[in-house]
Write a protein that binds this ligand. Structure first.
Ligand code: ZN
Length: 458
């Protein structure tokens, strides 16, 4: 799905700077129509500085919270979260937090954001997106990696929508066009989630995939091009097709990734699941068709599983006419999708029963899904019977662990990045609360604050 065209890096930077200006204009339009302003730069940040999306090192923010899911499965009540620069430095428990009194004790005041009455949790992590995948100007699926101005704006928009939906980190698996987007966001030039990218994926094509040494060279090339991880396609599609790589080829790919200090994510169905596990790959994407024994082996080896629970297929069906095109999106394929939704949900239900299997949250976000990533939580809890707290943890501390970033993101704890979101509602009681993200902070910068303030304590 890669358009394959290349562009000089300088031209890309200009395009990204221009898209940032366009996004600022969009924000202004929103305010002019009386809509809540989507971006709130905290008072103490100098909004005239060149990169408004990065927190100043000594910038101090205090959040008052009534309920916090810490990302590890614990609930904290009546706390003040103190943030300095981009990090959380302290969490104070507040005694006798009186109604409508957000001042609290002196050490944790004054309060900048009173979010009592909401549910706070660490910014979510989506382990599997295609951040540049968009519909083109004709409304048809344009795939990922486009480098036209339209494709570039769409990619920037996808990043913005994803962040506004509460996802502060995504793993894009992905395309070379992810790299300048990742870098622009990291430099504070553009609002979006923290992006990890696979750059160009290794596509299994049987013997044509190459000899082990050629595969190893391909993996090293991705690292040189700035990849944060390696993506491998080791099997056919959801319903049929055998392995597209031999065990020996897979072994070479995942072993070389490991040698280069990179994780490996493998698109795998059926027998490719066991082969990826045996090859020592880090994470299996999708996984449908794996037996209980395959899943048990994954649990033993510590291989992560990243299944989907319905949003992806629903999205394809919703945008059927825009996707319909040979060779990947056929009438036959669409006809099979409705029955595959319950099959995916049953697979997740079965996988959840395997002791010790680490299941992360990844949506496979393609065109039409960006900004709706949280919808799959609803499928997981409502249709696959996943415990809502486990669903949250899969996109918080467990998701961070799978990324090798537990010391930076995935929980609300001192020393970690201040990636904090707030929901209007309690996802443990009503999972549809994940649709109501009213506050988004990433790295100590507030990007969204449409909460009522002050919020009365319930
Ligand atoms: Zn994918």
């Amino acid at each position: 799905m890669n358009a394959g065209a290349t562009m000089m890096p300088s031209a890309k930077i200009i395009l990204f700077r221009f898209s940032m200006i366009m996004l600022s204009m969009l924000c202004l339009c929103g305010s002019a129509q009386g809509l809540p302003s989507p971006m709130v730069i905290p008072n103490k940040v100098d909004s005239n500085k060149a990169e408004p999306n990065q927190a100043e090192p000594n910038h101090h923010i205090v959040i008052a919270a009534g309920t916090v899911l810490d990302g590890h499965g614990h609930v904290l009540h009546n706390v003040r979260i103190v943030i300095e620069g981009s990090r959380i430095v302290e969490i104070y428990r507040v005694k006798n937090d009186r109604k409508n009194d957000a001042r609290g004790d002196a050490k944790a005041g004054p309060v900048d954001y009173d979010l009592r009455g909401l549910t706070l949790l660490p910014g979510w992590i989506d382990a599997h997106v295609h951040i540049t995948w968009s519909f083109g100007p004709d409304g048809k699926n344009a795939g990922q990696g486009g480098t036209t101005p339209e494709a570039t704006y769409s990619a920037a928009s996808n990043a913005w929508l994803t962040l506004m939906a509460g996802f502060t980190t995504v793993q894009s698996v992905g395309s070379p066009a992810d790299v300048p987007l990742r870098d622009a966001i990291a430099q504070g030039l553009l609002p979006g989630p923290r992006i990890l990218t696979a750059n160009e994926a290794l596509s299994g094509r049987g013997a044509d995939t190459g000899m082990p040494e050629e595969i190893r060279a391909f993996i090293r090339k991705q690292k040189q091009a700035g990849a944060d991880l390696i993506k491998i396609y080791a099997s056919g599609g959801m319903t049929r097709g055998s392995m597209t790589m031999s065990q020996e080829q897979l072994n070479a790919a995942c072993n070389e990734a490991k040698k280069q200090g990179l994780r490996s994510l493998v698109h795998a169905y059926r027998d490719a699941v066991r082969a990826s596990t045996l090859a020592g790959c880090t994470e299996v994407e999708h996984g449908l068709g794996a037996s209980d024994d395959d899943l048990k082996l994954m649990a033993e080896r510590g291989t992560y599983l990243d299944p989907q629970a319905g949003l992806l297929l629903e999205n394809y069906l919703q945008f059927r006419d825009q996707y319909l095109a040979a060779p990947y999106y056929t009438e036959e394929g669409f006809a099979a999708m409705p029955r595959l939704i319950p099959v995916s949900q049953e697979f997740l239900r079965r996988a959840t029963k395997i002791p010790g299997l680490k299941i992360v949250y990844g949506t496979d976000a393609v065109a039409g899904m960006h900004g709706r990533n949280a919808e799959d939580f609803i499928h997981r809890v409502r249709d696959s019977g996943i415990d809502p707290m486990a669903a949250m943890v899969s996109a918080n501390s467990l998701g961070a662990e799978a990324l090798g970033m537990s010391d930076q993101i995935g929980s609300i704890a001192p020393g970690l990045q201040a990636d904090i979101i707030a929901l209007d509602g309690d996802p443990l009681k009503d999972i549809t609360a994940v649709r109501r993200v009213v506050f988004v902070m990433k790295g100590g910068v507030v990007y969204k604050n449409s909460a009522r303030s002050p919020v009365s304590v319930r």
